[in-house]
Design a protein around this ligand. Structure first.
Ligand code: EPU
Length: 335
């Protein structure tokens, strides 16, 4: 294990922002992590795939990149399989492993950037499936007393793009593994309109999990920029949840505003639609801007700095607030 000094974090964040870190280390196991923490206890920043972060300044502490690997079957029957996955595994590679072995459940979550350890943190959830419905356990290292704690699904307190790791326990744990329960007799979920349309286009009427994964990959590749080509962090904002009255008020002026009833009677509005209506979609300022195919995604065309992108997000929040009275929240962490 090597502690590097003064290194650029550009290769370690999908936004491609070029800031530096005073120290940087990759840890492959808990004993490495303990050694690092004994000598560097304050000002640490834990990094997974760096796909949900916007760096706005150089970092004076130590970046600890979670590189804990491993995919282990812990229980298997004819119907189900329980798999424990190291937090440092790349999410999409894990999804591809599941497709290859015919373990169903994660196919709708194909091509999500980032690592396995980040999946419970923000309860990733595209195309009608949320990862919380597949997770049985999360094992984490307590940064305060160096103990190992196992969180049951319930203890993770999952919500829309959130969990205990993003809320009350934020910054207190280093996730080491996530355990998933997957189906060997897949229950395909194609309820999300875009998947149905894509499968139709592919001429597939009874899809396998591989077909669903291919459809998702095709939709995501057509709508979302590939971070290897254009720096971005996926959805920059969360979809806002509003009351029925607020939703009705918006519909009075905009009959086509997408809205989705939530179990508690509130409504989720599409942030991408709100931002587009405010005229931001495809807007480019120098080397950064709003993606042309999905207004939820802010992009770095190369060489942009994080503060400029942050300021753009402030302007977007302001204009959505002025037009619709809704305060957008960022999904991306600002560092
Ligand atoms: N829409 C617009 N303009 C836009 C974007 C969207 O009018 O620029 C409209 C769409 O036409 C649709 C509605 O808004 O009626 C919803 O759009 P979409 O289905 O693309 O989903 P989203 O709500 O914009 C969410 C996730 C994405 C995920 C998709 C697909 C959040 C914050 N984002 O986006 O997640 O891929 O659903 O399930 O919940 C990510 O987190 O990085 C991410 C890309």
């Amino acid at each position: 294990m090597e502690i590097k000094e003064n290194i650029s974090l550009k290769p370690y964040n999908t936004f491609g922002i070029d800031v530096s870190s005073a120290k940087f280390v990759e840890v492959n196991n808990v004993s490495d992590l303990k050694k690092v923490l004994i000598n560097n206890s304050d000002n640490i920043l834990i990094l997974g795939g760096g796909s949900n972060m916007l760096f706005t300044q150089d970092f004076g502490g130590i970046v600890i990149k979670n590189n804990i690997k491993g995919i282990d079957i812990i229980e298997e029957s004819g119907v189900e399989v329980e798999i424990k996955v190291g937090a440092g595994e790349v999410w999409h590679e894990f999804v591809m492993y599941c497709i290859e072995h015919n373990y169903g459940g994660v196919e709708n979550l194909s091509l999500i950037p980032g690592n396995v350890g980040a999946s419970p943190m923000q309860n990733i959830g595209p195309y009608g499936v949320e990862v919380k419905d597949l997770i049985t356990e999360v094992v984490a290292f307590d940064l305060r007393d160096f103990s190992i704690k196992t969180f049951s699904n319930k203890q993770c307190k999952f919500g829309y793009r959130s969990s205990v790791f993003k809320a009350s326990e934020k910054g207190k744990y280093f996730i080491t593994s996530v355990t998933f329960k997957l189906n060997k007799q897949a229950k395909i979920n194609t309820s999300y309109g875009a998947i149905e349309n894509e499968l139709q286009r592919m001429n597939i009427s009874s899809p396998t999990i591989k077909d669903v994964s291919d459809a998702v990959i095709s939709i995501r590749s057509s709508k979302l920029p590939d971070p290897k080509e254009i720096g971005n962090s996926g959805s920059f904002f969360k979809n806002p949840i509003v009351s029925e009255e607020q939703k009705d008020k918006i519909l009075e002026n905009y009959v086509d505003a997408p809205n989705y009833l939530q179990p508690d009677g509130s409504f989720k509005m599409a942030a991408g639609w709100l931002i587009e209506k405010c005229g931001w979609k495809g807007k480019r300022i120098d080397n950064y801007g709003v993606h042309k195919n999905q207004a939820l995604v802010l992009v770095n065309y190369g060489g942009a700095n994080g503060t400029d992108i942050f300021n753009l997000s402030e302007e977007i929040i302001k204009s959505v607030k002025e037009t619709f009275g809704i305060e957008l929240e960022r999904e991306v962490n600002i560092v």
